[in-house]
Design a protein around this ligand. Structure first.
Ligand SMILES: C[S@@+](CC[C@H](N)C(=O)[O-])C[C@H]1O[C@@H](n2cnc3c(N)ncnc32)[C@H](O)[C@@H]1O
Length: 333
């Protein structure tokens, strides 16, 4: 596997003083910023087709990490590298159909959740003139849904053109779709966008130094990571003090009736739609199983705290009765 630079597109800026104005947290901090957009890591080039996992709706207990292994959907006992490789296989396989499938699987709800997620972070908000620059890292950014919304919100809603977003993902196929989609953005937004191919659990410090970003977002990505605490530690490392970690992820439904309907829909319909529309049942079976395996809202909040983040209030916001949830934390000043 030959090493090659995997930055698909880079808009580099010089280091400059910067101030986080993500409005969920009010404490400002002056700090310097370095944008790094070159990734010398080898690209993951082999896409393993995942084996068909158990189709039971009852996940095994979520204790795999205690035994030094992890899980892939309902299948336990995988090494972290095996899971990473299988997840890569899933997203290589679904990349082209991903955006269409998202709409079909969620009846378009994912757009509403993503809009809400981005507005709740209010990127680009600044009380000073000229507005303060911000650097955003959208991890597991895939085909760009969050990054594009961030740029629109910052540049158009908050009139702050000095907000730069880096879309980072382990998967070159998803990034390639994102890069293609980004060509439809206004030129100023394209110039404020970079792509970085990297594993969220081990972002090389030579590529993204400590204390680089004001905001770290991850949407519908973290449940796929082979080691969630390692990814949270990386989020902590790359954020500046005062920087915000924000995660949008499928979560635990808090009404038993809604839960029953939702489980029936996800386990019966989503793999079938995957088969009919994308010709890929197994990948979509994995996606619904991975949702089941993700920790509950209080457990995930505990993990965010254990990574060192300050968590205000309850620490999460349920969306659509807990089908999805937003968790936030702040790296202490
Ligand atoms: C369900 S998609 C979400 C994409 C996008 N954030 C969205 O909301 O539409 C999950 C993404 O996580 C990425 N991913 C999985 N494991 C990863 C890892 N270890 N590091 C970085 N990205 C990863 C996949 O390649 C995929 O693009």
């Amino acid at each position: 596997m030959a090493a090659r630079p995997s930055v698909l597109r880079a808009a580099t800026r010089a280091s400059r003083p910067c101030h986080s104005s993500i409005n969920s947290y009010s404490r400002p901090a002056q700090r310097s910023f370095t944008t790094t957009t070159h990734n010398p890591r080898p690209e993951i080039s082999s896409a393993t087709t995942p084996n068909s996992p158990s189709h039971s709706q009852t996940p095994p207990p979520n204790d795999a990490s205690r035994h030094g292994t992890t899980h892939f959907g309902f299948q336990d006992g995988l090494s972290e590298s095996e899971k990473t490789e299988r997840v890569a296989g899933v997203f290589h396989s679904v990349a082209e159909s991903y955006d269409r499938m998202n709409d079909l699987m969620s009846f378009g709800w994912h757009r509403i959740w993503k809009d809400h997620f981005v507005s709740s972070l209010n990127p680009g908000l600044s009380s000073s003139l000229p507005p303060r620059p911000q650097r955003v890292l959208d991890v597991a950014g895939g085909t760009g849904d969050i990054a594009f919304r961030m740029l629109h919100h910052a540049h158009v809603v908050n009139h702050n053109p000095d907000v730069h977003v880096t879309i980072s993902d382990i998967n070159g196929s998803m990034l390639a779709v994102g890069k293609q989609r980004s060509l439809k953005l206004p030129a100023s937004q394209q110039a404020a966008l970079s792509f970085l191919e990297a594993d969220a659990t081990s972002i090389p410090p030579s590529v993204v130094p400590d204390n680089t970003f004001d905001l770290y977002t991850v949407a519908f990505g973290i449940r796929n990571f082979s080691n969630v605490p390692a990814a949270l530690a990386e989020a902590y490392r790359v954020l500046k003090p005062g920087g915000v970690f924000a995660c949008l992820e499928f979560s635990k439904v808090n009404s038993s009736l809604l839960d029953a309907v939702y489980k029936r829909w996800s386990f019966a319909a989503i793999p079938l739609i995957g088969q009919l529309v994308a010709g890929d049942r197994d990948s979509y079976q994995y996606l619904v199983e991975s949702i089941e395996r993700f920790p509950s809202q209080p457990d995930f909040r505990r993990m965010i705290r254990e990574a060192g983040f300050e968590v205000g209030g309850q620490g999460w916001e349920d969306l659509t009765g807990g089908v999805a949830a937003i968790h936030k934390g702040m790296k202490p000043l």
